[in-house]
Design a protein around this ligand. Structure first.
Ligand code: NZQ
Ligand code: ZN
Length: 389
């Protein structure tokens, strides 16, 4: 194992009924003014809004609403939230939603306490957070990103056409309430997208140095097998509590830093998807599903042993008679087959890329990560985009 320091400041409260049972206790540690942040209104249709408001009112909180947080939240929306926090002397931001709501709220929690240009100083490049962001709590309504238990926040600057994530431990929520039954109303393809995002996070960590036996890779394999099993079960029966609760915790485990310990990590597919999102506003998990097979076909021969191990340990590809290279490719094709089995898109055109999309400009805008097997150039990125056009 490489050296590491581990800390995760978020208290995770998990399970059916956890909001009803624990929300009032969780919010009791903060002052009276709560910013209730949510997305486009799904929480009003599925009853979560009424449940949460009822609990907040019973504890005498003043609720200020911050609604309409869009998928792929924008920097303009962050500034709108920060204005509300400042103007209403907010003591706690309560994010009720998925990755988009949670990420937007993390950036709001910083923006409200920072007088400078947050984008320039903390998103365009990493900065040192030498101030205290507004305390945050999360209620997860769609799982996948793992944002509930990390400091990551992915924000789109529409003017600059840049979608960038930063992970500031000071943005970890104080608490995260995770009731798997809250995710039952998520549309099927969004559920699949979230599950695939989780699988992607695990792969982005797994396919990086070091490759000697290590605890993080061992846990990663168990998690990947779990995501495949649980997604299959949840597609068959969306209200399968066992499958949905496993998917929810697998998402958290993939991104709460545990399986990153001692690993370099890659996240090149994420960098490509984020810029694809900046140009097309596509759905995050679906973008990853299109890119991953093309990316891994491109690099797997630079990490043959690990991709071969992926084939046998995650996909149960029989090793008999196959060379290591054949096994490595078989692992990537097993992943591609799974994406097809789930009915996810397989081309960029399905995500909104057209002949008018400036592909070279898009490829050139992708940050290149040092962690992959064989560092990519922008020409390689363009090849990968073209391979899945
Ligand atoms: O906006 P509403 O009406 O609530 O609808 C949402 C949205 O349309 C809907 N939804 C959420 N809960 C629901 C529900 N519909 C019915 N019933 C429910 N219970 O789901 C749609 C998608 O929501 P969103 O939050 O956008 O999805 P997701 O959780 O996949 O988040 C995606 C964002 O997170 C970023 C992505 O880039 C993207 O911007 N990521 C954040 C990460 C992090 N912070 O660690 C890591 C990830 O790699 C990712 O980049
Ligand atoms: Zn992701």
């Amino acid at each position: 194992m490489n050296n590491f320091i581990f800390e995760n400041a978020t208290k995770a409260v998990f399970g059916q009924g956890c909001v009803k049972e624990y929300l009032s206790c969780m919010v009791s540690h903060y002052g009276p003014n709560v910013l209730l942040a949510y997305g486009g209104g799904s929480i009003k249709r599925n009853g979560i809004y009424d449940e949460v408001c009822g609990i907040l009112q019973s504890t005498d909180k003043n609720i200020v609403e911050f609604s309409g947080i869009m998928p792929n939240p924008t920097y303009a929306k962050v500034q709108e939230g920060a204005k509300l926090v400042r103007g209403n002397h907010i003591d706690l931001i309560l994010a009720v939603g998925g990755g988009s709501v949670m990420d937007c709220c993390k950036a709001v929690s910083m923006a409200a306490r920072y007088d400078g240009d947050l984008w320039a100083d903390y998103w365009a490049r990493p900065g040192v957070v030498d101030f205290e962001p507004v305390p945050l709590g999360m209620i997860v309504t769609v799982s996948g990103t793992g944002s509930e238990m990390n400091g990551g926040a992915v924000i789109t600057n529409e003017e600059l056409k840049i979608k960038t994530g930063r992970d500031y431990p000071k943005c970890n929520a104080r608490f995260a309430l995770m009731d798997p039954t809250y995710t039952f109303s998520v549309p099927k393809m969004q559920m699949i997208s979230g599950g695939f995002d989780t699988l992607s996070h695990i792969m982005e960590i797994y396919f990086s140095e070091p490759d000697e036996p290590n605890v993080s890779d061992d846990i990663a394999e168990a998690l990947m097998r779990g995501v495949v099993r649980d997604l299959r079960a949840a597609v068959q029966k969306p209200e399968d509590y066992t499958a949905r609760s496993n998917l929810m915790w697998e998402a958290t485990m993939a991104e709460n830093r545990v399986i990153k310990l001692g690993k370099q990590t890659d996240f090149q597919a994420h960098m490509m998807e984020h810029q694809l999102g900046a140009y097309t506003d596509c759905n995050h998990g679906l973008g990853l599903a299109v890119l991953h097979p093309a990316y891994y076909r491109y690099i797997c021969e630079k990490g043959i042993t690990k991709f071969a191990r992926f084939a046998t340990r995650v996909w149960d590809v029989p090793a008999d008679g196959k060379t290591e290279i054949e096994l490595a490719h078989a692992g990537v094709e097993a992943l591609a087959d799974f994406i097809q089995e789930l009915g996810m898109p397989t081309t960029l055109r399905e995500l909104g890329v057209t002949e008018q999309t400036p592909m070279k400009e898009l490829a050139d805008s992708v940050p290149l990560t040092p962690g992959s097997y064989g560092k990519l150039t922008h020409e390689d990125v363009l090849h990968i985009f073209e391979a899945c056009y």
